[in-house]
Write a protein that binds this ligand. Structure first.
Ligand SMILES: [Zn+2]
Length: 421
């Protein structure tokens, strides 16, 4: 009897443990063990006119067993010493992430660029790199620290409606000799183009609001979403379009133009960092992107993996023309050794089409043989013209099973999302 009780207790515990582990959903927030002692990877994205380093700190929880996913960046101090509090906020944020790496979901990469205009900071603070509120002298005129050492307002030097002169409130400011004429803007541009960023948050001061961004083609839907996410969590009011005065060449506008969601967060004053508000805003974005990328849209690739497999491009990859498409498909995906491929824009309009053809298979002594049920390599090339004014750079690549019968039950297609540039 006692043995029966002990046995059933053991079986009961076993079953309980089985259900707990078996039913546990993938945790969004990794524990400390999962992230290990995650430390920022510190590097330099460029140098200022006077040769000061523009630093970046990147946190890669994916290296500790995560799955990759979204990459979001936070940038302070593009307006230098005039908005020095945005730089202090960014350094505080780095300290916080160093001490609390578990707040970063393991499928997120976070980059912080604390001081995008280090010459402007130096003009006001007299320090390079890290500084604190105590280092800020009350008597120094801060307005000049807004510009870089060529007296250019960097947030007017980007490629969106760029003009040589632009406005800062009622004042005329220099926007440089051409878009990206300044090394500081160029450093940001390179960083953006080298990293597949899902969103960028710029910290400024002072108006206590979160702004969306746009260039010629309106606000990206994703930008509106993250503006609201940050606004609700931080308590700053959300402002979809900045119309206090006409600006040109702002970095957020350029990002909108190339399809990268960006928001501007303006602190309430030029002296406070409003830590709780901004930490709440940043954490809300972590949660938003952490949950989102677990369910990241990779099209129907998994459903079709026993029929057709794509090596290039991969889901959500940035593609340009000409696009070389390679992969392998079952012989019956082809007819007469080929099948059609299409590229559509965000609106579903076909912007390119072509034919994928069966390639010789090294496994079968280089013969082209599609009369098989085995996987056969294929290749296609698509050429297309990018619509620079497109509302969104999202599109779909569709690889359709050839269907000589015309019967709908024989229709099949692999569809994956891509980003078109
Ligand atoms: Zn500013």
């Amino acid at each position: 009897m006692r043995r029966a009780i002990v046995t059933s207790i053991i079986v009961g515990i076993g079953l309980l443990l089985f259900f707990v582990f078996y039913n546990s959903p993938e945790p969004v927030i990794p524990s400390l063990e999962q992230t290990g002692n995650l430390k920022a990877v510190h590097s330099i994205i460029g140098t200022s006119v006077e040769g000061r380093n523009i630093e970046k700190y990147t946190y890669l929880p994916a290296q500790a067993g995560g799955s990759g996913g979204a990459h979001i960046a936070f940038v302070g101090g593009i307006h230098g010493g005039y908005e020095w509090n945005s730089v202090v906020l960014a350094y505080n944020f780095i300290d916080y992430l160093d001490q609390n790496p578990e707040v970063i979901p393991k499928n997120l990469t976070i980059t912080v660029i604390p001081s995008a205009n280090p010459d402007g900071v130096y003009k006001v603070i007299g320090k390079e790199g890290r500084f604190t509120i105590k280092d800020v002298s009350k008597s120094v005129a801060k307005a000049l620290g807004r510009f870089n050492s060529n007296k250019v307002d960097l947030n007017r030097n980007f490629d969106c409606k760029w003009q040589p002169k632009s406005m800062w409130q009622e004042k005329i400011v220099s926007a440089g000799t051409k878009p990206f004429s300044e090394p500081e803007s160029l450093a940001i541009k390179r960083f953006v183009l080298e990293n597949n960023l899902d969103a960028i948050i710029f910290w400024h001061s002072q108006s206590g609001a979160v702004y969306a961004s746009q260039c010629e083609s309106g606000i990206l839907p994703e930008t509106l979403k993250i503006m609201n996410v940050y606004s609700i969590a931080s308590g700053y009011r959300a402002v979809p379009s900045f119309d206090s005065y006409q600006t040109t060449g702002d970095v957020e506008g350029w990002l909108a133009k190339i399809g990268v969601p960006a928001i501007t967060v303006e602190l309430k004053t030029h002296e406070t960092i409003e830590w709780e508000e901004n930490l709440a805003g940043a954490k809300a974005l972590f949660e938003y992107y952490g949950n989102k990328t677990i369910n990241e849209n990779i099209g129907n690739e998994l459903d079709k993996s026993d029929l057709i497999r794509l090596d290039n491009p991969r889901p959500n990859q940035v593609i340009g023309s000409p696009l070389i498409i390679t992969g392998e498909a079952r012989g019956y995906w082809f007819f007469e050794a080929s099948f059609p491929v299409f590229l559509t824009n965000w609106d579903g309009l076909i912007i390119a089409q072509g034919i994928a053809t069966a390639q010789s298979d090294p496994a079968t002594s280089g013969e082209v043989n599609w009369m098989t049920t085995e996987f056969v390599p294929f290749k296609a090339t698509l050429k297309f013209v990018v619509d620079k004014n497109a509302y969104s750079n999202r599109g779909f690549l569709i690889l359709r099973k050839d269907n000589p019968s015309g019967l709908p039950e024989n229709d099949n297609a692999l569809e994956i999302p891509v980003k078109i540039f």
